[in-house]
Design a protein around this ligand. Structure first.
Ligand code: NAI
Ligand code: AKG
Length: 445
């Protein structure tokens, strides 16, 4: 057994109930094995053992009172994975499936993703098993305040800067920030994704979705193609899906689907219109309704209990959640003519699905490369806060575009094998080199 294999078995034995984390590590180790054989300096000083072990894991009780006066108890976490190149940075997820296996996978991915952005950000992730679905606004506020009442002592503008993820959007960031400010009596860049009037950045809400489309466009360009006229299938209907749809429409593509955990909606042949997108944003972000309601209101088809991967398309953008696209889904996409898959979500494709895409040599981008625009723009929000200035929409968008283009070039440089760009290897190797070099230079800590 190779050293990497021995380490991987040890990781699984140590924490047998953390399957999503094992999956993320397996993918990265798969890319690193041939690279490390040629670059053994990166295996010294326990570097690999250290990079898979969080620097710190914080777990805490979150106690709050619901609208009926009942006491509710949730679990809160922050995984501070790696600070070799900057303060821990990464989102907070509020979803009933949140546990350490999920957060460690997300934090691990974040380390490599943040390195790819070229900005000085380490990797972290946090959240809670709290389910915001069906909760009143007042309940969400009380939960956020209770969550921050513990988290505040572990974070800071130069220590750890959380942001949003599934179930945490502008509303939640507002409540979390208000509580942090009250407890600390300071107005700092401790969270990103803030509202524009109190330190937020233009384009941050759009950034993950826009960046995913910019990355996919760079991939399409390598084969002389563009989004114009392409049929695009999108999963999810939250923050990332909404703005991926907007940018794809702006680039002349036909967006055929969006989905939620109960099913997907199918737009007629010419795709989602701008008016339908505006209606989706209003339904999801203000009324917080399900897509079944949207389909009825729009008079379009709704496929209950189904995923959108059976709809014939040229480009697929998985923007919902981990492991939402499996081997069979990947084969179906290929059979129906899909030539490009760019992940807006984190690890939406299973390892089997990734293998299908790479073996078929289609354009496939892992989330840590294609969805890095969100955290990159969070980094730009931190920069603007630090200089106490706000950049224009055009300036932030241009910087986001340039960062995504640079990540693409970095993947091409590190992932090209016999003329084929393996974006998985490219992203993993490029991200690893930067973090590993910093860790070696900083000694065994
Ligand atoms: N918000 C951000 O800036 C970034 C988010 N991501 C990733 O993008 C993905 C989506 O996040 P957001 O859009 O921010 O969250 P969100 O909470 O705004 O939306 C999540 C969407 O996923 C759907 N969803 C959740 N569980 C599902 C399931 N089991 N099956 C099908 N659909 C499901 C929800 O219905 C919703 O449409 C996540 O994987 C997240 O980690 C990645 C980079 C940055
Ligand atoms: O903007 C951020 O800091 C968090 C983004 C995030 O959670 C992610 O990239 O998955």
């Amino acid at each position: 057994m190779s050293d990497l294999n021995v380490l991987f078995q040890k990781i699984k034995q140590r924490d047998p109930n953390q399957a999503p984390f094992h999956q993320a590590v397996e993918e990265v180790f798969g890319s690193l094995a041939p690279f490390l054989a040629k670059n053994p300096q990166y295996t010294k000083y326990g570097l690999l053992e250290r990079i898979v072990e969080p620097e710190r894991v914080i777990s805490f009780r979150v106690t709050w009172v619901d609208d009926k006066g009942q006491v509710q108890v949730n679990r809160g976490y922050r995984v501070q994975m790696n600070s070799a190149i900057g303060p821990y940075k990464g989102g907070l997820r509020f979803h009933p499936t949140v546990d350490l296996g999920v957060l460690k996978f997300l934090a691990f991915e974040q380390v490599f993703k943040n390195a790819l952005t070229t900005l000085p950000m380490g990797g972290g992730k946090g959240g809670s098993d709290f389910d915001p679905k069906g909760k009143s606004d007042a309940e969400v506020m009380r939960f956020c305040q209770a969550f921050m009442s513990e988290l505040f002592r572990h974070i800071g503008a130069d220590t750890d800067v959380p942001a949003g993820d599934i179930g945490v959007g502008g509303r939640e960031i507002g409540y979390l920030y208000g509580q942090y400010k009250k407890l600390r009596n300071e107005f700092t860049s401790v969270l990103t994704g803030k509202s524009l009037t109190w330190g937020g950045s233009l384009i941050r809400p759009e950034a993950t979705g826009y960046g995913t489309v910019y990355f996919a466009e760079s991939m399409l360009n390598t084969r002389g193609q563009s989004f114009d006229g392409k049929r695009v299938v999108i999963s999810g209907s939250g923050n990332v899906a909404q703005y991926a749809a907007e940018k794809a429409i702006q680039k002349g593509a036909k967006v055929l689907t969006v989905s939620d955990s109960n099913g997907y909606v199918l737009f007629p042949d010419s795709g989602m219109t701008e008016a339908q997108l505006a209606a989706l944003l209003e339904l999801k972000n203000e009324r917080r309704e399900r897509l079944s309601v949207y389909a009825k209101e729009q008079g379009i088809q709704y496929f209950e209990g189904q995923k959108p991967w059976g709809v014939a398309c040229d480009v697929a953008l998985p923007c919902a959640t981990q492991n939402e696209l499996d081997t069979e889904d990947a084969k179906t996409l290929l059979k129906n003519g899909c030539i490009c898959v760019a992940e807006g979500a984190n690890m939406p494709s299973t390892l089997g699905a990734v293998e299908v895409f790479v073996d078929a040599k289609i354009l496939y981008a892992p989330g840590k490369a294609s969805n890095a625009g969100g955290v990159a723009t969070s980094g730009l929000e931190m920069s603007q806060n630090a200089i106490r200035l706000s950049w224009s929409r055009e300036e932030v968008d241009q910087r986001l575009f340039d960062i995504m283009k640079n990540i693409h070039e970095n993947c091409v440089e590190n992932g090209t094998e016999n003329g084929f760009v393996n974006y998985v290897n490219g992203a993993n190797i490029a991200g690893f080199k930067k973090v590993a070099t910093a860790m070696l230079e900083q000694g065994v800590v």
